[in-house]
Design a protein around this ligand. Structure first.
Ligand code: PLP
Length: 404
């Protein structure tokens, strides 16, 4: 029977990350010996006869492929790779990171339910909770992201079905005590969802009590600022059935071409992450020593208020962090400094090969806690040489001090 689907590669957890990223999701001899899987574009899947709806082609979990919207071999290859990155059993690829966050919220919540969301949450998720979810009868309470286990227990209500987490917050960088939050949530029967875009592989969500992990593959997995994709990953078949079922009901789908680019990105993800972690820490340390800077928000620095949580639960850091400038430097002056930088683009998103600087003070909405005072800039460190980046930043900060 012809079958060009990709068989599951047995997991080799003892192998290193880069080794597994080199080999996961590859089809071997089934693509005529070529190293990489093909791009399978497709809507129609041909059936062998009128009576069957599918039957000829099977995916790697031995399920019959029936129609393009349910994914094809290119999606499945990427799903295996992302499950490997996060230590999950199965993954579902959707069109972007926000959709990945929305699917499990809509899957596990219904009218009359209550949801807990950290005050530091990625902004568009707040908009979803205050918009569609509220209209559908779901109530959201925003909580202090640094809540401890007893604090979380006190927040849970009889109808709390979901505890949403994101650690660290992608603008203000508070770390969450995920195991403590998960203990309280699970004792209550609530599901723990996590946006693990910052942690990627450095945080293994399912070892710390997370039920469903979402990522914007748009960021480091894509790695080249040329695609949007999201992933929803789980660690058991029951959760898989709920989130994959909801995704199918709502018609979620991603382009196989984008999946192919994300697969390509995943091959170099470990070396990029290793390089960008070191570069990000080097630049963050440099900022910390500058007189213009009030505080650097980087979980891997000992000065971070929740550094101990990062040390306990994470094996590394990505290259996204915040810098709060001293209050005498107004946002207007700091923005002018950012505009003068030669090597840092001004823009949203992160995880690409290029460095970015984004003034974020106006971006941050808070309802349960207060945001950091003072002019704040979020930096993403790319793959440029660190001394060149620091020279550019030094020119900028010297100008700022001189009244520029
Ligand atoms: C970018 C981002 C998302 C959304 O990803 P898109 O692919 O841009 O929709 C979700 N969560 C976090 C933390 C992000 O930074």
């Amino acid at each position: 029977m012809p079958d060009d689907s990709i068989p599951p590669r047995p997991r080799h957890h003892e192998e290193g990350f880069a080794t597994r990223m080199s080999h996961a999701g590859r089809a071997g001899t089934r693509v005529h010996g070529f190293v990489n899987p093909a791009v399978h574009r497709g809507s129609t899947v041909l059936y062998p006869d009128c009576a069957s709806r599918g039957g000829l082609w099977k995916d790697r979990f031995n399920q019959v492929l029936t129609y393009g919207i349910h994914g094809g071999p290119t999606h499945h290859a990427l799903e295996d790779v992302v499950a490997e990155i996060e230590g999950g059993t199965r993954c579902f690829i959707v069109g972007n990171g926000l959709a990945a966050c929305a699917v499990p919220l809509l899957a596990f919540l219904g009218a009359g339910d209550h949801c807990l969301v950290p005050d530091s949450v990625y902004g568009p998720v707040r908009t979803l909770c205050d918009g569609q979810l509220r209209r559908y009868g779901v109530e959201t309470t925003y909580y202090d992201p640094t809540v401890d286990e007893a604090g979380m227990r006190a927040l849970l209500r009889p109808n709390t079905k979901v505890v949403y987490t994101e650690s660290p917050g992608s603008h203000t960088f508070e770390m969450q005590d995920i195991p403590a939050i998960a203990r309280a949530a699970h004792a209550h029967g609530a599901k723990v969802l996590m946006d693990n875009t910052w942690g990627i592989h450095h945080f293994q969500p399912f070892r710390h009590g997370v039920d469903v992990s979402m990522q914007a593959l748009t960021k480091y997995v894509g790695g080249h600022s040329d695609i949007l994709l999201g992933s929803v990953t789980v660690a058991n078949d029951a959760d898989w059935a709920v989130v994959r079922g909801a995704g199918a009901e709502m018609g979620h789908y991603a382009s196989p071409d984008d999946c192919w680019l994300a697969l390509r990105g995943a091959r170099t993800l470990p070396v990029r992450l290793r390089h960008q972690e070191q570069a990000g820490i080097a630049v963050a340390r440099w900022f910390e020593a500058r007189p213009e800077v009030q505080q650097v928000l980087h979980p891997a620095l000992p000065s971070h208020p929740q550094h101990e949580l990062w040390k306990r639960d994470f094996t590394g850091a990505c290259s996204l962090f915040g810098v709060i400038f001293r209050p005498e430097f107004t946002m207007a002056r700091v923005s002018a400094m950012v505009e003068g930088l030669a090597l840092f683009g001004i823009g949203a998103s992160w995880g690409g090969y290029e460095s970015l600087a984004l003034p974020t003070t106006g971006f941050v909405t808070r309802t349960a806690t207060s945001a950091h005072p003072g002019p704040m800039v979020r930096f993403h460190i790319g793959l440029e040489e660190v001394p060149d980046l620091i020279a550019d930043l030094a020119r900028g900060l010297d100008g700022l001090s001189a009244g520029g």
